[in-house]
Ligand binder design. Sequence first.
Ligand SMILES: NC(=O)c1ccc[n+]([C@@H]2O[C@H](COP(=O)([O-])OP(=O)(O)OC[C@H]3O[C@@H](n4cnc5c(N)ncnc54)[C@H](O)[C@@H]3O)[C@@H](O)[C@H]2O)c1
Length: 441
Amino acid sequence: MKVTVFGSGYVGLVTGACLAEVGNDVVCVDIDEAKIDRLNNGHIPIYEPGLEKIIKENFAAGRLRFTTDIKDAVEHGLFQFIAVGTPPDEDGSADLKHVLAVAKSIAENMCEYRVVINKSTVPVGTADKVKASIVSVLQGRGAQIEFDVVSNPEFLKEGAAIDDFMKPDRIVIGSDNPRTTELLRALYAPFNRNHDRIISMDVKSAELTKYAANAMLATKISFMNELSNIAELVGADIENVRHGIGSDSRIGYSFIYPGCGYGGACFPKDVKALEHTAKENGYKAELLSAVESINKHQKTKLFSKIYKHYDGDLSGKVFALWGLSFKPNTDDMREAPSRVLIDALIDAGATVRAYDPEAMGEARKIYSDTQSLVLCDSLYDVIEGADALAIVTEWKHFWSPDFERLKQELLTPVIFDGRNLFDPAEMKNQGITYYAMGRGL
Ligand SMILES: NC(=O)c1ccc[n+]([C@@H]2O[C@H](COP(=O)([O-])OP(=O)(O)OC[C@H]3O[C@@H](n4cnc5c(N)ncnc54)[C@H](O)[C@@H]3O)[C@@H](O)[C@H]2O)c1
């Protein structure tokens, strides 16, 4: 089948690559010429495990092309996926300018029936706006061309995106036209063989389902962070509590890790956007607002612990930092807790020596003007001569470090751990002063 994907970011590239992998003829289009040039020269602009191989193989096989030529892209695909960014506007609502720009491009260039599929995370009512925008352009052109608009939100996780796309928990198709649902069903058939994962529903419910999923996950994290703050105050260990409640099958172990806050391109903006949708409709979403403010506060907790340990005197201190990406297995630093910590340490007069397995390129871009952040080549380079170590991302190879070396290289053996990687008793045995999240014992 012929597929066009607008937006070659995390979602667009994974969607395009996976649809090509199962034999479709895919064109990925982006307005970022440099990105498309890089892709055409074999450079993958993001880190996502397994993505590079699939892109390269399908590109070589001619099933996957990259272009900035919108006319060619609209002519190509029966299916026109919209997978562009929906960043937060100043008031917290989702900014739809990129989505509506794509709708306009499709309408300006389409000559025959097209299925316009919204994969970007968008507020309820966006499909109607996309439809209205296309109708208006077609009317202006004096063209009478049929089209359908479908909501098909994406649930992939960065770091496991290929697996999530290839073996999804569910494929939500929101459409008011059964014929279009059948077309989508056929497109997704290769990913739907083991059992039926397609959940078809009306467009608005599909749009809301995506926000509901992210808001629920963010709520679990903020709930656990709130509990971890209480545990700290009363002298309990949140890790014991986590096991205690996770064992209840109604609660489960997933997504109940305490830490230094959630980040990324989705949870922060999606919680805010849903809160805004509620407000627009006359409802005060108090739970969502608490989820967001708990998270904001949680991102400052590691700094508070550091500040307290040094009695507020951080000037001239050097901190080693393990992890920059907002979670492991991605290079994405959007809204990452590391950024809050780095900024606070630098503001307080400290220097940060940081290492991340994949996000160094991103950090270089974000902190290009900052002398006080030094990016180092390995997890042991960063600790040389540092006063203490802070951990913000739970990359696998941070879990079992050489503690003897840490003790030798750090000026004082102190670890501030935002991800609870180590056992406090073991740290005590090692002679390391260890601060974790919610482990008040
Ligand atoms: N990243 C995730 O984990 C994830 C998961 C599920 C859903 N989503 C949602 O998917 C959408 C895309 O997210 P992302 O992380 O892939 O974004 P991204 O920023 O990585 O990529 C967006 C791409 O769209 C391009 N673009 C913007 N306007 C365009 C236009 N008019 N025509 C063609 N391309 C255009 C940009 O240049 C950019 O390359 C968002 O709505 C996001 O909330 C993201």
